[in-house]
Structures are given as structure tokens and as C-alpha cells.
Write a new protein. Structure first.
Length: 99
């Protein structure tokens, strides 16, 4: 499944934060993008990719909104599941509705 990156404006809207705040977080993060070859992300890594907290990511994993697998004692989230989650939320969002 090909990935189609979303503009920062739309990502900020999806996350419910001001665009300036998202851009500030991105700048704060620096240019270290992480290992793009990872196929299984920790909860912290997946949360960072979405720009949300670890606790919120655990909520999504517990509810099944974001799939995860257990490998031994470790919980891993498939890297593509993060993009699929965001795409589902993007399609489900009505930008014309008042928040």
C-alpha cells in the first residue's frame, strides 16, 4: 500500500492542535528521523510518530484501534499501522463540523 504524506496543516487538524504547535514540535524533534527500516515500533516510537502521548497510544492499542503484537514480553506496533490509523481518522473527520 503506497503512502501519501499529508500536509502539516491537515495533520494538525487531525490531531486537534494548532499548526504552529505541530511545526514547533517537529522543529524541536530535530533532524533525527529514527530508523525507517523498523517494522515493529514500540508504543513510545509509534506515539512519537503521531505526535501524541504514550498514555493515549496505549488507549488506542488497548481498544484495538491500533493493532499490536506481543513478541515475547515486548509489545510492538506494525509501522504501517500508524499510517493506516491516521488515514482512517482522516477519512472519518468532517472538517466542516464545529469541534
Amino acid at each position: 500500500m503506497p503512502e501519501f504524506p499529508l500536509p502539516v496543516t491537515q495533520i494538525a487538524q487531525l490531531l486537534g492542535i494548532p499548526e504552529e504547535a505541530l511545526r514547533a514540535m517537529m522543529a524541536e524533534r530535530g533532524d533525527e528521523p529514527g530508523d525507517p527500516t523498523l517494522v515493529g515500533l514500540t508504543v513510545e516510537q509509534a506515539a512519537r510518530r503521531l505526535g501524541i502521548g504514550r498514555t493515549k497510544m496505549y488507549e488506542y492499542v488497548s481498544s484495538g484501534e491500533i493493532p499490536s503484537v506481543k513478541i515475547g514480553n515486548l509489545r510492538r506496533i506494525p509501522a504501517e499501522a500508524v499510517g493506516e490509523f491516521l488515514a482512517r481518522r482522516y477519512r472519518a473527520t468532517d472538517f466542516d463540523a464545529a469541534a
